[in-house]
Design a protein around this ligand. Sequence first.
Ligand code: ATP
Ligand code: MG
Length: 571
Amino acid sequence: MSSDKIQKTARMYALQNAIRFDGNANVKAVVGKVIGVLRKDGFSPREIIPIVSSVVEEVNNIQLDTQIAELEKLAPELLKKEKKERDFSLPELPDAEKGKVVTRFPPEPNGYLHIGHAKASIVDYEYARMYDGKFILRFDDTNPENAQFEFYDVQKEDLRWLGVEWDKEYRTSDNLEKHYKLAEQLINQGDAYICNCSPDVIKEGRFHGKECCCRDVSCGENIDLWKDMILSSTEGTVLRLKGDMTCKNTAMRDPTLFRVIDKPHPIHGSRFRLWPTYDFAGAVEDSISGVTHPFRTKEYELRDECYFRLLDLLKLRKPHLMEFARLSIDGMPVSKRKIKPLIEQGLVTGYDDIRLPTLRGLKKRGILPEAIKQFVLSQGISKVESTVTFGIVEAFNRKLIDPTARRYFFVKDPVKLVVEGAPSKEKSIIFHPTDKKLGSRTIKTGKTFFVPKADMEKIKTGDVFRLKDLFNVKIKEKNDTIFAEYAGEELISESAKIQWTTDDFVKMKVFVPHLLFEGDKYNPDSLETVQGFAEKAVSTIMTGEIIQFERFGFVRIENTDNQVTGFFAHK
Ligand code: ATP
Ligand code: MG
């Protein structure tokens, strides 16, 4: 047991020290602190030092933001005292000139945006602002299999909610004819060819580094084939870059530049059937739209060579391509590809399910756009892939809402409590202990109350506890109903303070999200429904307000047709 206490104390002070010094705790400093704190408990330095050393090592191996999140849970008071304001500004861009930086965010209009898109768009937007530059919103909609009409507007709404504003907006699909011309230029130069091998043969060739016979067809013949392809589009025919089939970088083994997709496009209908791949469209658009510093996630790193080769061959300006790590969050699907099947299979309630990291899901559970922004900037633009815990987002959000969220009483799994001798009162209780401006409500009380079952299970007959902000009661008899007697108003410091409602309550549900995945496995218990009674004043809260249910957590309220529902944000 004793080593547990050392371990716990060491963890707290190691975290505190690490947070003060950019994530790296100093063993000597922590040892000194822990010895000081535990001296009165009779621990000797001999017992303390080895434990502190190993704890410091553990703590130094976790990221600063995770350290902050953990200390916030473990001992928030240590964090408050010691937390330095962190500087979340982004590092300078290479070759960047004030007024001349152009960035872009290129979503594919095929789903709702998630917190990974928030990372990309906020980084792009912030850099444009940092350099008084320009920020472009570009819909990369050149795959009619994916693009859907509704998502152009939906994604714009999501970005506006985030606070991201763009200077220019356009669709890549509107430039398709320009892309055709550039492709023709490549064919004429002998740098691209039409290939009608089957996908399997192409794959095989790439794997073994073998060229196919389509590569030997003359430019003239290729141009004819190309024109045919535009007009009548034979299924299975593709345009490929003449790269290098033996290149170590397999992305250079004659990548596909255009392919036939015989599906109507949400904007252009059936006007086009030949569509550029991401390799082609991405490089061409970044260049011709004047983007100076395009960001991509690191998984595209191998494709950079193709990006620059294409621009070289087309004699187009080369932007300063930048990369950052894809955002991954433990137990959450930060990818449209993973979110979509969950919705289709009914494993979540929709795109705004509070377990999802979609911007709509986050909004619904009461995560503020500002918290997302602070989180994203705290992650920076490192290329190191890592999975963070959602607790970091929660920590930023908590810091923002704690000073302004009104606090109400909520009683989970209510049990009836009858208090003999309780004086009738009209008690005015302020909504926030440190901000009187947030107002107060008046609660009429009599002899009947409701209190949380879990609290009552811990309390014995004869015990005294306090109905928070009201008076003390002493338990006389515990049955389905609990009988107690009035025990005065004086504050007893060590007695429990328990939330309550009168019999004039609001019955409500609070939905509580848990991690959707445990490892790779879907967690069927990821959405918990908590039933309870809330104090009457909760019925006047408007939809969208984020409040705190004391000792329960922060909750965003929806209030429609006289039905109040809560969505749990975090503790
Ligand atoms: P998804 O797997 O979510 O479909 P995607 O890359 O296909 O991802 P796009 O709409 O093409 O989605 O992405 C637009 C931009 O957002 C791209 O620049 C992409 O790199 C970036 N992005 C998408 N997901 C993440 C993420 N998890 N972390 C960081 N950036 C991301
Ligand atoms: Mg994509």
